[in-house]
Design a protein around this ligand. Structure first.
Ligand code: ATP
Ligand code: MG
Length: 395
């Protein structure tokens, strides 16, 4: 029997959890990511434990002992305990999942007393290893699918041939883990992934985009993998090109912007935006950037439009139009200086009637700042007065 040695701080926490479980008449195991990461000698943050018994009850008692914060979630149900500002453990009761034969969707869930049944529902062999935290067998590995061997060989292998069909989000998980861990996707798993790509189309928008967003957090290179495995094609997404991706990475660091939404805009670059269930703001931003192109970007008239854009949308323009990337760079660097000091109210007080003219004057002011003709408030006032005096205020 293979046994795991945890470093001392973790060991104490895990022993405490195991001890409480025993007192309550449950058994408890460390599972999934943290087991895999300990075996690989990697550090990890989130701790997942599975309880054969009532996980919520176990979490509640544990939370009291460590004076932690207890969060209950009705889904499944499960609970999380946080303490010492950073430490966090998710408690879930062992469960079985039964998928419908005919449609892609969420499975029927039942509690189980059999740990093996819980491990069988998991995605890859390396994520289906459990470590006993109970006092009698503390640290013992339970590895019914030879996950340890796959960990050593650095391969991702599904547990059964229907895995991707039952839950196509595992396709994204396979690609993400293979990148993150530098693992190979095992040959038959790869074939199965390819054969079941079509089921991605059956996922709800919500599940699909949740998974894509997790992938995109890892950086733009994931798009190369999604392309390589045929995911982009089957979903009808665009591949924006290696140059674009490199510029996104550069810009995301330079301007300190998360690239997730930037990459989403790139994925759905072509075709109607109807049918996507994104937040309203993202949809609006997509519309704005679609109105801008290389030609308009060079046109000073468009500069005021940049104020309407969120940073991720600016990053998109930066990566998309390298010939004019300097304009976006300039905007990021000088945004504060480019912002008019007068607002609409001020312009009205100076004597301009409430009308679209106020917006036009505002644009002239921004343009003036953009080309360096205006730097201060009194120069803005001058421009308004010139306008009121019937003089030409174009630059
Ligand atoms: P990390 O948290 O480091 O990204 P993880 O393996 O812990 O990796 P989680 O998403 O936290 O991933 O999931 C915890 C565990 O739950 C996984 O290791 C896996 O056993 C199981 N799991 C999660 N999602 C799925 C899924 N879609 N299908 C099957 N099992 C899953
Ligand atoms: Mg995890």
């Amino acid at each position: 029997m293979r046994r795991i040695n945890f470093q001392s701080e973790l060991r104490n926490v895990f022993k405490e959890i195991g001890q409480i479980a025993k007192e309550l008449g449950f058994s408890v195991y460390l599972v999934g990511g943290p087991v895999r990461d300990v075996l690989l000698g990697r550090s990890f943050q989130d701790v997942d434990v599975v309880c054969v018994g009532n996980a919520v009850k176990l979490a509640k008692v544990f939370s009291k002992r460590v004076h932690g914060e207890f969060f209950y979630r009705r889904r499944f149900p499960n609970a999380t305990v946080k303490w010492n500002n950073s430490a966090k453990v998710d408690f879930v009761s062992a469960r079985s999942e039964v998928y419908s034969r005919n449609k892609v969707g969420l499975p029927r869930i039942r509690r189980t007393k059999d740990l093996l049944v819980d491990l069988k529902r998991r995605d890859f062999t390396v994520n289906a290893i459990a470590v006993d935290l109970g006092p009698e067998n503390f640290g013992n590995l339970y590895d019914p699918f030879n996950g340890l061997e796959d960990c050593q060989k650095k391969v991702l292998r599904i547990l059964h041939p229907n895995s991707f069909k039952e839950d196509p989000t595992r396709i994204f998980r396979a690609i993400r883990f293979s990148m993150e861990l530098s693992f190979q996707i095992e040959e038959n798993t790869k074939k199965s992934l390819n054969k079941n790509l079509k089921f991605l189309k059956g996922l709800s928008q919500q599940r699909l985009w949740k998974e894509i967003k997790v992938c995109l957090k890892d950086g733009s290179d994931v798009l190369n993998y999604l392309k390589k495995y045929g995911v982009l094609k089957v979903l009808g997404f665009s591949y924006p090109g290696q140059g674009f991706l490199e510029r996104v990475d550069v810009g995301s660091i330079q301007f300190d912007v998360s690239p997730v939404n930037t990459l989403i805009i790139a994925l759905i670059e072509r075709g109607p935006i109807r049918g996507y269930t994104f937040e309203r703001n993202l949809i609006q931003q997509i519309k704005y950037v679609r109105e801008i192109n290389n030609r308009t970007l060079r046109n000073i008239e468009v500069v005021h439009q940049l104020f309407k854009l969120e940073d991720y949308a600016l990053l998109y323009l930066f990566a998309k139009y390298p010939k004019n990337s300097i304009i976006i760079e300039n905007f990021f660097d000088n945004r504060e200086k480019l912002k008019p000091e007068l607002n609409g109210e001020d312009i009205k007080k100076l004597g301009v009637k409430e009308s679209p003219e106020i917006g036009r004057i505002m644009n002239r002011i921004i343009e003036g700042r953009w080309i360096g003709k205006i730097a201060e408030r009194n120069e803005e006032v001058d421009l308004v007065e010139r306008y009121l005096g019937g003089k030409d205020v174009s630059w």
